[in-house]
Design a binder for this molecule. Structure first.
Ligand code: MRU
Length: 343
């Protein structure tokens, strides 16, 4: 197995990020030493994925403190800088939760802030490995299949999207490690291609067999019986189980519901937001129109066309078979599964 990727790392005086906008062509890191640069990196998806921006935001509190000391900021100015990191993107609750957790330690000084941020990072990695085990156990038992599984996933939920290992992709990696994975169908994930650029890059590094398919192929692949389960990550899970994730996720869930294929969400409990009652209350980030009107910087749409570019959609809880967290698997709307007959 290749060396584990670290999307977010604290290196003494600042944050080192893998620049995910450059993958898969170039593996380059960027060093972030001030709050403006971190906010820009989060907005441009240099660092992305709910747990990864949570970890970056956690260290962002240390960045604000250090920059404040260099530039003579007041406590209020440091808090305002922390708030800008917290608000860099609106949908993933991990960013807010992790920033708030670390900001709580600000009165104790830099060592306490860094220790808390390191704990956020460490706990995320541990949670991901636990999710991998729970999710793989559940899939093998509840699909009732004794052959290697064919799994569909959407967006990127691997080491790049987290502090390490991955959520949904962590489950996939665990199945592969157990010799129980046949192939992954990775949706390319328009318009920024997190599937074809990032998930495929991680799968290729691990030697995991995979197909990249256009997002529009996903429903047909499910309905034709080519996959045994779909598993995705989450940016925010409302109290009623409705789940925001990368745009295109709800279409996969609808197809799975129609075909009777398990649709799993894998996310750490930091992604569950009990203060948000339903999916309707989740703020969905609207990104720049150009991302859908252009291809590699070249306009592909008529000059008069407008772009609608929600970065996420909400899958109703009723379409989610099970939620995989670090504590185990919660069957949300499992209904009758093939494994029930086998038991
Ligand atoms: O816009 P992105 O690339 O940050 O969106 C990422 C996703 O939607 C992921 O599926 C989600 O954050 C879970 S990552 C473990």
């Amino acid at each position: 197995m290749s060396k584990e990727v670290r999307a977010v790392d604290w290196t003494g005086s600042g944050l080192t990020l893998i620049d995910q906008t450059q993958l898969p062509h170039r593996t380059v890191t960027t060093h972030v030493q001030d709050v403006d640069a971190l906010v820009d990196a989060i907005r441009r998806l240099v660092v992305r994925g709910a747990p990864a921006i949570g970890a970056a935001g956690a260290y962002g509190v240390a960045l604000a403190l250090l920059q404040g000391r260099r530039e003579g900021w007041s406590d209020d100015e440091i808090r305002a800088a922390v708030a800008r990191v917290r608000d860099a993107r609106p949908t993933a609750v991990n960013l807010m939760v992790c920033v708030d957790r670390v900001a709580h330690r600000l009165p104790e000084g830099l060592d306490a802030v860094l220790a808390e941020a390191a704990a956020v990072q460490r706990e995320d990695i541990e949670a991901n490995h636990a999710m991998g085990r729970h999710g793989a156990d559940w899939l093998l038992e509840r699909t009732g299949l004794d052959r290697p599984l064919r799994i569909l996933t959407h967006c990127n939920t691997g080491a790049l999207a987290t502090a390490g290992w991955g959520t949904a992709l962590g489950v996939i990696r665990e199945l592969h490690a157990r010799g129980r994975l046949e192939v992954v169908y990775a949706d390319e994930t328009r318009p920024l291609l997190q599937g074809s650029r990032l998930t495929a890059w991680e799968l290729a590094q691990e030697g995991i067999p995979h197909y990249i398919q256009v997002d529009g192929a996903a429903a047909g692949t499910v309905l034709r019986g080519h996959v045994d389960a779909a598993i995705v990550g989450a940016d925010r899970i409302a109290a009623n189980g409705d789940t925001a994730n990368k745009v295109g996720t709800v279409g996969v869930a609808l197809a799975c519901a129609d075909a009777g294929v398990p649709f799993l969400v894998a996310a750490p409990t930091t992604t569950v937001d009990l203060a948000t009652a339903t999916g309707d209350d989740i703020t969905i980030e609207l990104r720049a129109e150009d991302e859908v009107l252009e291809w590699a910087g070249v306009r592909t749409a008529p000059a008069a066309s407008r772009g609608h570019n929600p970065a996420f959609d909400v899958t109703p809880g009723r379409l989610i078979t099970a939620l995989v967290t670090e504590h185990g698997v919660l069957e949300v709307s499992a209904g009758q599964l093939p494994g029930d007959q086998a038991a």
